[in-house]
Ligand binder design. Sequence first.
Ligand code: ZN
Length: 164
Amino acid sequence: MSAFDDLYAANAEFAKRFGNSGLTGRAARGLAVVTCMDSRIDPLGLLGLKAGDAKILRNAGARVTDDVLRTLVLAVYLLGVERVLVMPHTDCGMTKVTDSDVHALTHDRGVDTRSLEFHTVPDQGEALRHDLTRIRTTPFLPEGMPVAGAIYDVRTGRLSPIDF
Ligand SMILES: [Zn+2]
């Protein structure tokens, strides 16, 4: 028995019905989505996508970090991505704490996280504006590539485009 047996069992069933062996690693819809790790978000489902359509980049808060930029560069130049949607969401845990709060919480558990930046989100609109600007102005991605922001409402399933 391992902590992962349920997953391996589910996968055995999944593989019996697997029909995607013809897909390639290129994003068929030319899309990359940067979104949060929040377990309520089903990025493919909420955007009408299926396996093979898009690159999905997830982290806490849907933040455009150095690693997200690195991944977008690879997605654009190697894997067919031509547009990027940054998609944070309502009720995000990252909007409810500061980096200092997280350091204090982990300190209480005997862990020193002060060398980590958590990119917490005191102002979601401001963070989204910052992250869109970061993608639009990086010298590493094509100038004029469509980059959009939209907030996903975890209570209604509705996506609200945010125009910056
Ligand atoms: Zn979140």
